[in-house]
Design a protein around this ligand. Structure first.
Ligand code: NAD
Length: 514
């Protein structure tokens, strides 16, 4: 997209080469206003369509993405990630999410009846209706997975969606919106508005529900703004995921998994391994295995066409290299040692930092406490599983955790970890288990994506209570007991009935015909 004459622009730059990829408008309030107005017009007919038609629209979109020769290239170019991750993680995830959500939403949106016990003359229908227009605000690290993919559940629930992607990586979202239209789907039902933070804030001020993924600081602002308007707001925020290695772990497998989970997309993943706790007895061997594997990683400018093997590409946001350098310097000044990597790749044009391993870390170091979100990870040795647990829980964040060890031992630790997600003897793929709700504890956010829960939150529940015609005489009797005109003799009956039903427990002996 080229900037309009009126809007200020944002330069989208390749993190791997430094070259200009495109300029997009910073649409601000006016752009948001336009998009939300169009979405308001489009939402009712979209929500009124038979569910199967909405599902077909999502399938057509998925097919258009899979057939598109440009989508993966655009994603590689603007994010700096290897093509393997663009297709093998982001596009794969989107397809799997659409598959699951189509089935889950059909179930989630189905009307239900509730049959009361006391007011047995009534029956309540639970109807789930869309919120209207949902605003999705996304980060730069997963330009599909945490942006367009988060539109799937609100769309299937019958809402129109306006997506505000990160200003660093807006191009794939624009491409996906174009593919949505090309697939024959109504343009105003899924729109993308480009811009910086103020554009995101303007969106929060106008929509009926917000799905936000990003940093804790911004998440807090977005949640406060949404709270002021009393609209639902899901926040998926930062992580400081611990990786615990017990003495009973398969060390080779643990090291292999740990390296992938620490350096996938150069460490810029919310559920990545951010800190490692390994028990003393196996620590030296584990550290050596990690260092060896890290040194063998292939890091270079990823080819958007993808004809060469590349494990690590560029760091998308240059600020993350500054965070890595700060955490590295702080840790070294407190006694940690670099066991692999350790320097910025200044010989390359783009943002590259070697995948780096620190050993000898301690809990007070910034690298063990603040989100690093870059190609640096640190190992701390611990006495035993109990110490690992205590340190793993010693964080203001609680998004994800990994435990490697004998299944029973790992499970018993998992049940005591303060974390929304825990994965045992594997890494990261729990994000792809779209059947399970995924959300952070503590300051890692509020609410979830995925699962049936991730669909229902984009609806308003309406309870419509109706009479059961055959029980009309009983209904009249209940009306006499409860409603005007109030009568002291009736009140005496109600009081006695109350004691009989609840004090004596008669009501508990019956079951509602649910
Ligand atoms: P960020 O908070 O800086 O920005 C996220 C989005 O919010 C961007 O689109 C930005 O333009 C917008 N924004 C900024 N200010 C705003 C405001 N006042 N009102 C509304 N929108 C505003 O985050 P980031 O640097 O893009 O992303 C990195 C962070 O995201 C990391 O902390 C990472 O852990 C987190 N993250 C979390 C998850 C998860 O599922 N929990 C997934 C991916 C990333």
């Amino acid at each position: 997209m080229v900037a309009t004459a009126t809007a200020p622009t944002i330069r989208v730059v390749s993190p791997a080469t430094g070259g200009l990829l495109a300029e997009v408008p910073d649409e601000g309030e006016a752009g948001v206003e336009r998009a939300v107005a169009a979405a308001r017009g489009a939402a009712p007919p979209w929500g009124a369509r038979p569910y199967g038609e909405r599902a077909e629209a999502l399938k057509r979109w998925r097919d258009a993405i899979l057939d598109d020769p440009e989508a993966a290239c655009t994603l590689v170019e603007e994010s700096g990630k290897p093509r393997h991750e663009a297709i093998g993680i982001e596009i794969l995830y989107l397809c799997e999410l659409i598959r699951f959500t189509i089935r889950a939403a059909r179930r989630a949106l189905r009307e239900e009846s509730r049959h009361p016990l006391l007011f047995l003359t009534k029956k309540t229908r639970l109807v789930r209706r869309p919120l209207g227009v949902v605003g999705v605000i996304g980060p730069w690290n997963f330009p599909i997975l945490n942006n367009a993919a988060d539109c799937v559940a609100p769309l299937l629930a019958g809402n129109a969606v306006v997506l505000k992607p990160s200003e660093l990586t807006p191009l794939i979202s624009l491409r996906l919106a174009e593919l949505w239209r090309r697939a024959g789907n109504p343009a105003d039902v899924f729109q993308v508005v480009t811009g910086r933070g103020a554009t995101g804030a303007a969106l929060v001020d106008r929509v009926d529900g917000v799905m936000f993924t990003g940093s804790v600081d911004t998440g807090r602002k977005v949640a406060a703004r949404a709270a002021a308007r009393l609209i639902p707001c899901v926040t998926e925020l930062g992580g400081k995921s611990p990786f615990v290695v017990l003495a009973s772990a398969d060390l080779d497998r643990a090291a292999e998994a740990c390296v992938w989970s620490s350096f996938m997309h150069s460490g810029q993943a919310c559920i990545r391994t951010e800190r490692i706790y390994v028990v003393e007895g196996v620590a030296e061997r584990f550290e050596n295995l990690l260092a060896e594997r890290i040194r063998s990683l292939r890091q270079h400018v990823p080819n958007p066409g993808g004809d060469e093997a590349c494990d690590l590409g560029a760091v998308t946001f240059p600020r993350q290299i500054e965070v890595v350098e700060r955490h590295l310097a702080d840790a070294q000044s407190k006694g940690a040692r670099v066991a692999a990597g350790g320097r910025r790749r200044t010989e390359l044009e783009g943002n590259f930092f070697e995948p780096t391993l620190l050993v000898g870390a301690t809990q007070e170091m910034a690298v063990m406490r603040e989100e690093t979100f870059g190609p640096l990870v640190a190992v701390m040795r611990v006495r035993d599983a109990e110490e690992a647990l205590r340190l793993a829980n010693d964080s203001h964040l609680g998004l994800n955790a990994t435990v490697f060890g004998a299944p029973d031992e790992a499970m018993s630790l998992a049940r005591r970890l303060d974390s929304g997600q825990v994965i045992l003897n594997d890494v990261l793929v729990n994000y792809l288990v779209v059947e399970a709700p995924l959300g952070g504890w503590k300051q890692s956010g509020l609410g979830v994506r995925h699962g049936i829960e991730g669909v229902r939150q984009w609806t308003r529940i309406q309870a419509i209570t109706v009479r059961r015609p055959l029980l009309a005489p009983v209904e009249r009797l209940i009306a006499k007991l409860l409603a005007f005109p109030y009568d002291p003799r009736v009140l005496a009956v109600v009081s006695r009935a109350l004691r009989l039903l609840y004090r004596r427990g008669l009501a508990e002996k019956f079951r509602a015909p649910h």
